[in-house]
Design a protein around this ligand. Sequence first.
Ligand code: UDX
Length: 436
Amino acid sequence: MNIAIVGSGYVGLVTGVCLAHIGHKVVCVDVDREKIRKLRLGKVPIYEPGLEELLKKYLKNKKLSFTWAIKEAAKKSDAIFIAVGTPSKKNGDADLTYVENVAREIALSMDSYKLIIEKSTVPAETGKRIARTIRMNLPKNKKSIPDFDVASNPEFLREGSAIKDFMNPDRVVIGVESKKAERILREIYKPLKPHMVVTNINSAELIKHASNSFLATKISFINAIAQICDHLGADVLKVAEGMGFDKRIGRSFLDAGIGYGGSCFPKDVDAFVRLSEKSGYNFKLLNEVRSVNEEQKAFFVRLIEDKLWIVKNKVIGVLGLAFKPNTDDMRNAPSLDIIKMLQHEGAKIKAYDPVSMENAKKMMKKITYSKDPYALAKGCDCLLLLTEWDEFKHLDFKKLGKVMSQPILFDGRNMYRKQDFEKLGFEYYGIGRGMV
Ligand code: UDX
């Protein structure tokens, strides 16, 4: 099919490349002309393993093209995905300005039937508002007003594994209000032979918010268990292992640490709380999920203060800045708040991250960035592991310990084993490892 994707960010670009990969002809749109220029040259503006190779392949065989003109893209497409950003407003609401703009522009360019598909994460009832915006902006001077449908098709892509997640979906959720819309979406995803969940638009929009909020709940639950483990001298890794074998629970997303970050969980939990309030339900459980997540970072800083004694003028080396491994994304990364709290106490911060330092430099000042973990460790009074990059698994901590002022490691992602470090003369502190 001929498909347009409006919004070439983390979601839109991966969706566009993968839809081309399964056989469709795709045009991706973005207002950022510099980004479009780079994409046309096969340059990917984000760090997503495997994306650049696929981009180049489908540029070459013309299955994938890029433009900044919605009109041109919409005209030659049967289905148009809206994949623009829905950032948080101050009060936690999702800001749907970009979504409304795109809906209006699509309407103005319509001269035949189109299926408009919400890919962005939006609160329930947004589909209805998109349909109303389109109806109000259809060209009046046309003899026949073109027909259209709106549908919801939320994404469940994790940064760092987005292509794998697209190509191997646990399920494809579609929210439709017509058989025609359902038929088109089934056709689009047919090559993946996925399990299809077909429902109405509101339910599909809710599935997205409910899924992300449940995953965030699972993380805050195990972080709360970690706090108890620290007081009782229990090991949260063992607790998570014991829980995880129960198929009703599952081991994934039970990794205690400094909490969740990223562009989705914080934003989606906030938006879901707001949506619930507006629909008349006070989602107290999610408020608690948020506060446990915030508290986890403050707890980690208190642990550092407790073990270092005086933080002022101490040199602290940060291993990993991104909100998770295999991404350069610093949005809502726990490292941002932790570093801010430590700087507030007068600590001197050094940092190393394999890919996200360029983004970090735009968000944090007064940090010495190191070229590798060994340069980072020089003169440090302690090291903090904040992102569990694979390359940190095999560091030579014997060598690192020798260049540090004092060999102390705070493991914010429980990446290491205490006994391995004590053999090397390190003081080791994890999260929920029974330390307090
Ligand atoms: C998430 C959802 O997983 C995905 O389905 C949705 O489409 C977008 O949001 P993403 O934010 O890219 O994906 O990353 P994810 O792997 O879910 O991790 C989110 C955060 O939770 C990271 O900061 C990660 O470090 C943290 N996390 C994850 C934990 O602290 N513990 C865990 O057990 C798992």
